[in-house]
Write a protein that binds this ligand. Structure first.
Ligand code: 1CP
Length: 350
C-alpha cells in the first residue's frame, strides 16, 4: 500500500499527517463525473456497469490528493436486489416501483445472494482494487437496516417519515422482521465486498437521527451492532476497520462506540474535540466540517480546517471529512484547497 494513512488513522496508529476523504467525493460537482454520467445515460446504469463505476470512483483521486477511494454505488442497491425496483426521477431523488405496503410483502422478501443479484457491485470492487494498484485503500459500504427500511416503506425520500414510523409504532413485530432480513442482507453484501477487495467498511445510517433514543437503540443501532459482529474482521492478514455514521447521532456516541466499530463518522454539530473527550480512547473519529463551508472562500476554508484540527488536537485517530455529502454546486477548486490544507496544517499535530 503506497498510502496507508487512512487505515492507520482508523486503527489509531501514528500517521505523518491527518488523512482526508470526502463523502460523495465522486459526484455531480465534478464536470468529469457529469460527462461519464451522460455517456452512461443515467445514474443506475453508472452503478450497474463496473467499468463506469470504476471510472467515476477514480476521478476525484486524479484531481485531489485524497487518502481513500470509496466504491461508487448507492445504498439502495439492496432493496433493488430484493425486488423493489429502484428508479430515479430527475430532481426528486430515488423511488421504488414496489414499496413495502403490507405485512405479507415483508414476510415474502428474499435475502439476495450478493454474488448473483449484486454481482455488478462485487465486480466493480475487484476492478477498482486492480486499477487503484495500492495507491490508497478502498472503502466498501452499505446503508444501515433502519435507513434502508425508511426508503423501502416510504417508497422514496421523505420529510415526515410518517409511513415508516407508522409501521414501527403499529407493527413493531413486522418492523423487526424487516430489519432482521435487512441486517442479514447487508452482512452478506458487505462480506462479499470484503472478499472482492474492500479494505474498510462504512455503514451509512442517514436517518437514525430521526428516532427517539430508545427507538434508535432498539431499531437502528442494535441491527448495526449485529452487522459489525458478523462482518469478516480480517482478510488476507489485514484488519478490516468498520466506520458507523449516524447523521444527527451525537447523543449516542458512547452507544455507537460500544458496538465494536473502529470509527465513528460525525456530522458537523459538535466540536470534534468534545466527541474525542467522550469516546476518543475507544474509537477513531471521522469528520466533521459543514459541507456548506465549501460555499465560502479559500481563506475561510483554511481557517475552518485549522479550527477542526485544533479542536481534535494532537495524537492519533482522526480522519478528516465533511459532516455529510458534498453538494453538487461546489467549486472543485475549493475542494483542492480543503484537501491540501488538511495535509499541510495537520503536520504539527503528529
Ligand atoms: O448523479 C446523480 O444525480 C445521482 C446522485 C447520487 C450519487 C452521486 C446518488 C443518488 N447516489 C450517489 C452515490 C452515492 N450514494 C455514494 C457514492 C460514493 C461516494 O462518493 O461517497 C454513496 C456512499 C451514497 C450513499 C447514499 N445514497 C446515502 C447515504 C449517505 C448520505 O448521503 O446520507 C443515501 C441516503 C443515499 C440515497 C440517495 N441516492 C441518491 C440520492 C440523491 C440519495 C439521497 C436521497 C435523499 O436525500 O433522501
Amino acid at each position: 500500500m503506497k498510502n496507508d494513512r487512512f487505515l492507520r488513522a482508523l486503527l489509531r496508529q501514528p500517521v505523518d499527517v491527518t488523512p482526508i476523504w470526502i463523502m460523495r467525493q465522486a459526484g455531480r460537482y465534478l464536470p468529469e463525473y457529469r460527462a461519464t454520467r451522460e455517456r452512461a445515460k443515467n445514474f443506475l446504469t453508472l452503478c450497474k456497469t463496473p467499468e463506469f463505476a470504476c471510472e467515476v470512483t477514480l476521478q476525484p483521486l486524479e484531481r485531489f490528493d485524497l487518502d481513500a477511494a470509496i466504491l461508487f454505488s448507492d445504498i439502495l442497491t439492496i432493496p433493488d436486489a430484493m425486488g423493489l425496483e429502484l428508479y430515479f426521477t430527475e430532481g426528486e431523488g430515488p423511488r421504488f416501483e414496489n414499496p413495502i405496503r403490507t405485512e405479507k410483502q415483508i414476510t415474502n422478501l428474499a435475502i439476495p445472494d450478493p454474488n448473483i443479484e449484486l454481482r455488478y457491485v462485487t465486480d466493480a470492487v475487484s476492478l477498482i482494487r486492480r486499477e487503484l494498484n495500492g495507491k490508497v485503500p478502498l472503502i466498501g459500504f452499505a446503508g444501515s437496516p433502519w435507513t434502508l427500511a425508511t426508503y423501502m416503506v416510504e417508497g422514496g425520500t421523505t420529510k415526515t417519515f410518517s409511513q415508516v414510523k407508522k409501521l414501527l409504532f403499529q407493527q413493531p413485530q413486522s418492523m423487526s422482521i424487516l430489519l432482521d432480513k435487512l441486517a442479514q442482507a447487508v452482512t452478506n453484501y458487505l462480506n462479499a465486498q470484503i472478499a472482492a477487495g474492500a479494505q474498510v467498511i462504512m455503514l451509512f445510517d442517514t436517518w437514525g437521527g430521526i428516532l427517539s433514543t430508545q427507538n434508535y437503540l432498539d431499531f437502528s443501532l442494535n441491527y448495526m451492532q449485529k452487522i459489525v459482529q458478523n462482518l469478516t474482521h480480517e482478510y488476507e492478514g489485514q484488519r478490516i476497520p468498520v466506520i458507523i455514521f449516524t447523521k444527527d447521532g451525537n447523543e449516542w456516541l458512547e452507544n455507537i462506540a460500544n458496538t465494536g466499530c473502529d470509527a465513528i463518522g460525525l456530522d458537523w454539530k459538535l466540536p470534534i474535540g468534545q466527541s474525542r473527550k467522550r469516546v476518543g480512547n475507544q474509537v477513531a473519529l471521522q469528520g466533521n466540517m459543514d459541507p456548506c463551508m465549501l460555499y465560502t472562500s479559500p481563506e475561510q476554508v483554511r481557517k475552518e480546517v485549522a479550527n477542526i484540527l485544533a479542536s481534535f488536537g494532537s495524537g492519533n485517530g482522526h480522519i478528516f471529512n465533511l459532516g455529510h455529502g458534498i453538494h453538487p454546486e461546489i467549486d472543485p477548486e475549493l475542494v483542492k484547497v480543503l484537501v491540501d490544507s488538511v495535509h499541510e496544517l495537520s503536520k504539527k499535530y503528529h
